[in-house]
Design a protein around this ligand. Structure first.
Ligand SMILES: *[C@@H]1O[C@H](CO)[C@@H](O)[C@H](O)[C@H]1NC(C)=O
Ligand SMILES: *[C@@H]1O[C@H](CO)[C@@H](O)[C@H](O)[C@H]1NC(C)=O
Ligand SMILES: *[C@@H]1O[C@H](CO)[C@@H](O)[C@H](O)[C@H]1NC(C)=O
Ligand SMILES: [Zn+2]
Length: 724
């Protein structure tokens, strides 16, 4: 340019008097500079994500990645071992007992930085007074059952002086002398086999073995067939290869089941409702209105050891058909005497609650029971140690400036062993608040009874839990992560919740998505002495999880699941697994029926499947948006996304409640969830679409029509909620 114009430059420069332009230039450059800087600032520096805005607004000091890293570093096997020792070595803590452990738990919550309180209820419980059982021949005692577990010199908790007698929670008092029959595992099918073989239980004592189903259903099945009393023993039939027949020594010398073990446990009809038996559906305070409970067995029952059962089984030999394992079913010619005296009274039980405040009005509850049938067992102390460790680590993060979006509530429940009494009363007490605000309930009961990671949960929580397991190393080194190990196992993925622990009131009564996480027994593991004195720290340190590495992995999975639930702007609930499960089960039950109503239900389930897939995609997009950096001038888009997130969260928190039916399942109105309930013949196992399956089993067409309509209505509501 300059050269082109060069020719026009005058040769002689006319010198004019100098006039300074310096101030204008200065001014121009300054203004231009400021404008450039400001524009550059606005364009480049103001980029920020909704996630960062939120953390900033709430003064949270840590990002999600930092929180994950801190959890992985801070969870400590030494700390878990320390908690374990306190709870295993503590005073007896039957439901309502153990004030020192209650105080210890609250003190620890306080130390961790949680806001704590005690919440007490007054509930009906039984305590054993006396018991006796004997094999008799007229006036002569042929064998007196010991009804005690042998003391093992190597295992200190088996010889503690204040150990808890062998008895059944909520069993009936009564004295019976009668001939007896053997009814295998006491399943409905076992009693049907007896009937077919012409063996009657009417007026007899029924001898059964533990396993397969919830013990309360064994007692109920016997009672409904006219039995006068029940004895239940533990054998090694479900212990896989680890038996004395295969050359293993029994505990404490070896990993096989000790034949002197006795499984305590409660026996009321949990398939009707859990919690205090006199106040179903409402909290049990002093002075509460109470009903005469109908869920308690009317016949006495006692748990016994295999050693005590053997003489009875021998006395059956040659009497009646041998239907199972070459054991004759009787009836016996000799009689058995059963005496059981229980004291029923109202006891104060105490839940310990500790909270980390959140910024939103939503909450996630993490619970574990504190009471135990025995002095020091993995049930629940392994779970207690895990939950205490998670409370410690998250409390520490909170004290260091981390701020979760949602409130975290830690709960140490009392009287779970009597039938989820502490958690059920608490849920019934706080039902209104929980119904609006509770996003999820995470349960750990028996944290370790074997080396198999397993999860039972609402399908809505599958994504959040799976994500957590991907960040935790497999403590056994069989695979890289807990996720890989879990997916390669026979129990891969989340399986349906039945009942048997503290999630029941949250899930089945209020429709709060719930999960139960554990390391559980699998074939090849040392026998686990459930509810026996041999479930002890000595067992854990010699046969279970000696270095507490599985405990630590479970703690990390639990903590990371909590973080996923409370630390993301978008509620990490995904819907497709639920729709897949419902579609599959409905097809399985109904596809051979030809009515228009059935076709409509199946069609709606299929639409829901499609809608769930695209809804999940939308949620994934929203989640990404939440972390995307935007320039300031896109503030409208960002604001619109925040509104979308708000709406999505509102729906997600309430989604599971769509599947509640206000009148509950037929004959058991407390159970309101129409997709999941404990099976009526086995309190532990789940029944899917219980109304439908019961109608089909009973060939009750009227009931079937009613339930098809109820299910159809819920499916349509779900469809309208997530399709848009
Ligand atoms: C565990 O307990 C021991 C003995 O009381 C104590 O020295 C140690 O500091 C504790 N460790 C942790 C991590 O709490
Ligand atoms: C059962 O027998 C015991 C011992 O003989 C006795 O103390 C108790 O009162 C009896 N209970 C009932 C309900 O008859
Ligand atoms: C089954 O029991 C009978 C006696 O009742 C015995 O003779 C037989 O050997 C037993 N069979 C097995 C396989 O244990
Ligand atoms: Zn338990």
């Amino acid at each position: 340019m300059e050269h082109e114009h060069a020719e026009n430059v005058p040769l002689v420069r006319v010198v004019e008097p100098r006039k300074s332009r310096f101030p204008q230039r200065m001014c121009f450059y300054t203004v231009a500079g400021i404008i450039t800087l400001t524009v550059a600032q606005l364009i480049f520096l103001a980029r920020t994500s909704a996630a960062r805005d939120w953390d900033h607004l709430h003064h949270s000091r840590f990002s999600r990645q930092q929180v994950r890293r801190i959890i992985s570093q801070e969870v400590s096997t030494e700390s878990i071992a320390n908690f374990s020792k306190v709870y295993y070595d503590g005073e007896p803590h039957l439901g309502g007992d153990g004030p020192e452990l209650t105080a210890y738990t609250q003190d620890k919550f306080l130390q961790f930085g949680l806001e704590t309180r005690l919440e007490s209820y007054e509930v009906l419980l039984n305590r054993p007074i006396s018991h006796r059982a004997a094999l008799i021949d007229g006036d002569k005692v042929v064998y007196e059952l010991s009804l005690e577990e042998d003391v093992q010199a190597q295992d200190p908790s088996t010889r503690r002086p204040n150990r808890i007698p062998t008895f059944h929670g909520y069993s009936a008092s009564g004295n019976v002398t009668a001939k007896f029959v053997f009814a295998n595992y006491g399943q409905k099918s076992d009693f049907q086999a007896l009937e077919k073989a012409g063996v009657s239980c009417e007026g007899k004592v029924v001898l059964m073995r533990y396993g397969k189903i919830y013990r309360g259903n064994k007692v109920l099945h016997a009672q409904s067939r006219g039995a006068k009393a029940v004895l239940i023993y533990s054998d090694s039939s479900l212990d896989g290869d680890i038996t004395t027949d295969n050359g293993y020594k029994y505990y404490p010398e070896g990993p096989a089941r000790n034949p002197s073990m006795v499984e305590r446990g409660m026996v009321f009809d949990l398939t009707q409702y859990p919690g205090d038996p006199t106040t179903p559906g409402r909290a049990s305070h002093p002075g509460s209105d109470r009903i005469e409970p109908e869920t308690l067995p009317k016949i006495p029952s006692l748990p016994i050891s295999y050693l005590d059962a053997k003489p009875l089984l021998d006395a059956l030999e040659g009497h009646g058909p041998a239907i199972w394992d070459n054991i004759s079913s009787g009836p016996s010619t000799l009689e058995v005497l059963v005496e059981n005296e229980q004291d029923y009274d109202y006891h104060t039980i105490t839940n310990v609650i500790g909270e980390i405040p959140g910024l939103l009005d939503e909450e996630v509850i993490v619970g574990n029971h504190r009471d135990a049938w025995i002095l020091g067992g993995a049930d629940p102390n392994s779970g207690t140690a895990v939950v205490m460790e998670v409370a410690r680590v998250l409390g520490d993060l909170y004290l260091r400036g981390w701020r979760p979006y949602r409130r975290i509530v830690f709960a140490s429940w009392d009287a779970e062993e009597y039938g989820m009494v502490g958690s059920t009363e608490w849920v019934e007490d706080h039902a209104r608040r929980l119904n609006r605000k509770a996003l999820a309930y995470l349960n750990i009961d028996l944290g370790y009874s074997g080396d198999q990671f397993a999860v039972k949960a609402s399908p809505l929580l599958e994504a959040a839990i799976k994500d957590a397991t991907r960040f935790v190393d497999d403590p056994y080194g069989r695979h890289e992560t807990v996720y890989d190990d879990w997916m390669a196992s026979p129990v891969a993925g989340v399986r349906p919740l039945g009942s048997g622990s503290d999630y029941t009131a949250f899930f089945n009564h209020l429709g709060i998505p719930s999960a139960d996480l554990r390391y559980q027994f699998r074939d090849g593991n040392p026998a686990y002495h459930y509810h026996s004195n041999y479930d002890s720290l000595h067992w854990m340190e010699n046969y279970g999880d000696p270095d507490f590495e599985a405990h630590a992995a479970l703690s990390k999975v639990l903590a990371l699941t909590v973080i996923n639930l409370v630390g993301h702007g978008v509620v990490p609930i995904r819907t497709r697994s639920y729709a897949v499960l419902m579609d599959r089960v409905l097809r399985q039950y109904l596809s051979n029926m030809e009515t228009q109503e059935v076709r409509d239900v199946l069609e709606t389930a299929e639409y829901l499947l499609d809608a769930a897939s695209s809804y999940d995609n939308q949620l994934e997009r929203l989640s990404r948006e939440y972390f995307r950096d935007y320039a300031w001038y896109h503030f409208i888009t960002k604001f619109a996304n925040m509104c979308r997130i708000k709406v999505a969260n509102f729906k997600l928190v309430r989604l599971e409640r769509i599947f509640l039916h206000k009148d509950g399942i037929d004959g058991r109105p407390w159970y309101k969830h129409i997709v999941f309930a404990p099976h009526r013949d086995d309190g532990y196992a789940p029944a899917l679409f219980p109304g439908l399956i019961e109608a089909i089993e009973d060939s009750d067409t009227e009931k079937l029509d009613k339930w098809i309509e109820i299910v159809h209505r819920a499916l349509k509501t779900a469809l309208h909620t997530i399709a848009n």
